[in-house]
Design a protein around this ligand. Structure first.
Ligand code: AMP
Ligand code: MG
Length: 498
């Protein structure tokens, strides 16, 4: 690499010897830059204009390591669909290093699809253009929706042919996270009863994400419990945001849950169109474990696995540790509900807080639930329409038929509720439009963009990214991006598609 890239400061490599395997990426035969997130690159201290596309392609495909990088594959375990795998780890990914960004935040730079590692098991270590660009689109959309997330830094086509059901063009995604420490990272060492390593990891993680919990350079049982509580809080808020936005992660295994509270590992994820808590898109989630409506309960289940892993550090007396950890875990629903209710209040344009608000929100959702009889009601657009209603600009059509009755009953209660708030209608409407997105990554638009990209045309991908970068502001000419999928789009299915 002839040009200077990042000012690396690789704490994971430095402090956690034995928690990873130093490794290098495969050399891509013909790396070609598909996309560089220039704004994010600048945030990380890399001047995107000083880096020619061909060098960016070499760099972000993992073909050549920049000066100062310490590429490694992280070890982690995880519960996948409820079953424990003691060894997962970065099987097709590398942490290439960390940088301190312009805001003083430590960020991981990570590659996905960079080739086999000692953790690959039967896999080929590769990724393909479709899923890579999918993660790019959804991650950036989440960021614009103000939902904590890993971010896409670059996408590179490798020029390699990757064997899946068919032969597909290979690609690598470069992404950025506040860390890649997962619930499964703790499980890896806890499952091996490597308590001193577990302690070392926990100290490192607390120093990185919750440094105020450290005393005299060390952690007490109370600090570990405090850390657990912070993770519970971050995840409660995160999953509340998913639920408020209609996002379905699709594969909430414990190895896909960060302790930083960022959304990670976009695989079969997708946004729900018609409101239905039973919605599942992932082709492998046959029992609906990760259905939309199950996400809060699954988050709590995953956090209980983190709590279990941390037990030996919370108290030497196991039953004391279990009592304390259980109390923390049992606090999840309340924290989730509080975050969700606050979010729903904002979505409904409620300025004050009343006890009945959560019930009012639940009534709204119940009235939207797609029944077999009634036509499906779009979740996202419902709130934009509600903003117009609250602003006195329109009548909300609501669902037809019997479901319509429920909706009209809601509307009556809602209008009465609005009258008890002092905010002027116009101001309320503007506040609602600022928190209820108009443009989300609609499944049919995502598929359209990916199909074109795989066929060599990146224009739809770029325009979709552009639309999604400002999800709250209505713009003329973008009507097609706001609409739900046409009826002939059919039942949507997603694949892990690595
Ligand atoms: P995921 O469900 O995509 O988060 O991946 C679960 C585990 O499978 C992780 O340990 C991945 O590194 C590994 N994995 C997924 N796809 C591949 C692949 N193509 N080659 C090697 N390992 C993979
Ligand atoms: Mg994963």
């Amino acid at each position: 690499m002839t040009h200077a890239t990042f000012a690396f400061d690789n704490s994971y490599a430095r402090d956690l010897d034995g928690f990873y395997v130093p490794w290098r990426g495969d050399v891509a035969p013909a790396p070609r830059l598909l996309k560089l997130n220039k704004e994010l690159a600048s945030e990380l201290g890399l001047d995107p204009e000083s880096l020619p596309d061909d060098e960016a392609a070499v760099l972000f495909s993992g073909s050549q390591m920049p000066e100062g990088a310490a590429p490694l594959a992280q070890a982690y375990a995880g519960h996948q669909f409820g079953g424990f795998s003691p060894q997962l780890g970065d099987g097709r990914a590398l942490l290439i290093g960390e940088v301190i960004d312009r805001n003083g935040q430590r960020r991981d730079i990570h590659l996905k699809g960079s080739g086999r590692t000692p953790f690959s098991r039967g896999g080929d270590g590769k990724a393909t253009i479709g899923p890579v660009l999918r993660e790019y689109i959804i991650g950036e959309a989440m960021h614009a929706l103000r939902i904590p997330t890993t971010r896409a830094l670059a996408a590179v086509a490798t020029g390699e042919q990757v064997l899946r059901d068919t032969i597909l063009p290979g690609a690598v995604l470069a992404r950025v996270a506040s860390s890649h420490i997962r619930v499964g990272t703790f499980q890896f060492f806890a499952a091996r009863s490597e308590v001193s390593r577990l302690r070392q990891l926990t100290l490192y993680t607390i120093a990185r994400h919750d440094p105020d919990l450290i005393e005299n350079g060390d952690i007490t049982g109370a600090a570990v419990l405090g850390f657990l509580s912070r993770v519970i809080d971050r995840q409660a808020k995160l999953v509340a945001q998913w639920m408020l936005t209609g996002f379905i992660h699709g594969v909430m295994n414990t190895d896909n849950m960060t302790v930083s509270g960022e959304t990670i590992d976009y695989g079969p994820c997708a946004f729900m169109d018609a409101y239905d808590p039973r919605t599942v898109f992932s082709s492998i989630d046959t029992h609906g474990r990760y259905a939309f409506g199950n996400q809060p309960a699954i988050a709590q289940w995953n956090l209980a696995r983190l709590a279990e892993a941390l037990l030996p550090l919370i108290d030497d007396n196991e039953s004391t540790a279990i009592d304390q950890a259980s109390e923390a875990i049992n606090g999840f629903p309340e924290r989730f509900e509080a975050a969700w209710a606050a979010g729903m209040r904002a979505k409904m344009g409620l300025e004050s807080a009343e006890e009945g608000d959560a019930t009012l929100a639940a009534d709204l959702l119940a009235s939207l639930r797609a029944s077999e009889q009634a036509p499906a009601v779009d979740y996202t657009l419902t709130f934009r329409r509600l903003a117009a209603v609250a602003g006195g600009l329109a009548e909300h059509p609501g669902p037809a038929g019997e479901d319509g009755e429920r909706f009209r009953a809601f509307l009556q209660a809602y209008t009465a509720r609005l009258d008890r708030d002092s905010m002027p209608a116009e101001q309320r409407m503007r506040a609602m439009l600022a928190v209820n997105p108009l443009y989300i990554p609609r499944n049919h638009k995502v598929e359209e963009a990916l199909a074109a990209a795989v066929a060599g045309d990146l224009a739809p991908f770029n325009s979709l990214l552009d639309v999604l970068s400002d999800p709250f502001t209505e713009r003329a000419g973008l009507e097609a991006f706001a609409e739900p999928a046409p009826a002939d789009f059919g039942q949507y299915r997603t694949f892990c598609g690595t």
